[in-house]
Design a protein. Structure first.
Length: 202
């Protein structure tokens, strides 16, 4: 078993994805881990996995032996970055992402959703098998959103905010509100009602 080294005066990690609370917490360890990409360390009840590009992935300590047996790297999938490794399928090479590796057969035919939206957080409590629709529900507003809040847009006259939510091809009107705070709260309530645990309330 390899123990976590103390942070040292090592080169700063490369630019990385937006920091979640978890990534901020790991900042004290990142430089030491980033100096040896793909190394695996035990940190209390979790495993820290040093990846390429100065990133750190996390999973529960019970997966240590399985994770340590392979080399992991940072893999970009659209706007997201995940931990993964290359595997061979016949004559082809493909990427096996850490979250799918950990869920195994539980995720057969399904996608894997990170509850907090952080692709580096692969703890058991943060992973769940889901449909494509459920995975899309747990996503923030598009970058093109003028309000920056999912499901909320300004009214045509610009004097109010309109809430609308699309679920399984059906558009649901959540009301019109004077303030963006009221609209945000209404969207969160509607999303929770219609999308359950996969509703995005960020």
């Amino acid at each position: 078993m390899t123990n976590l080294p103390s942070p040292a005066n090592l080169p700063a990690p490369t630019p990385q994805i937006a920091k979640s609370p978890l990534q901020l917490e790991l900042s004290a360890h990142r430089q030491a881990i980033a100096s040896s990409p793909n190394r695996v360390f035990i940190d209390g009840d979790r495993v820290l996995i040093g990846l390429t590009r100065g990133l750190v992935a996390v999973c529960d300590a019970r997966h240590f032996e399985a994770v340590q047996a392979h080399k992991w790297r940072a893999i970009s999938c659209g706007s997201k970055v995940y931990a993964g490794r290359t595997v061979r399928c016949g004559d082809q090479r493909t990427a096996l992402l850490l979250h799918r590796f950990l869920l195994g057969s539980e995720a057969d035919g399904l996608l894997v959703d990170h509850r907090d939206g952080d692709g580096m957080n692969n703890t058991d409590d943060n992973l769940r098998a889901c449909s494509h629709a459920q995975n899309m529900w747990n996503q923030p507003a598009f970058k093109s959103s003028k309000t920056g809040i999912k499901g909320v847009r300004a009214s045509k006259d610009g004097k109010a905010f309109v809430v609308r939510l699309m679920v399984n091809g059906v558009s649901h009107h959540g009301g019109t509100f004077k303030t963006i705070a009221e609209a945000k709260a209404a969207h969160e309530a509607l999303a929770t009602k219609l999308q359950g645990e996969f509703a995005y309330n960020g």
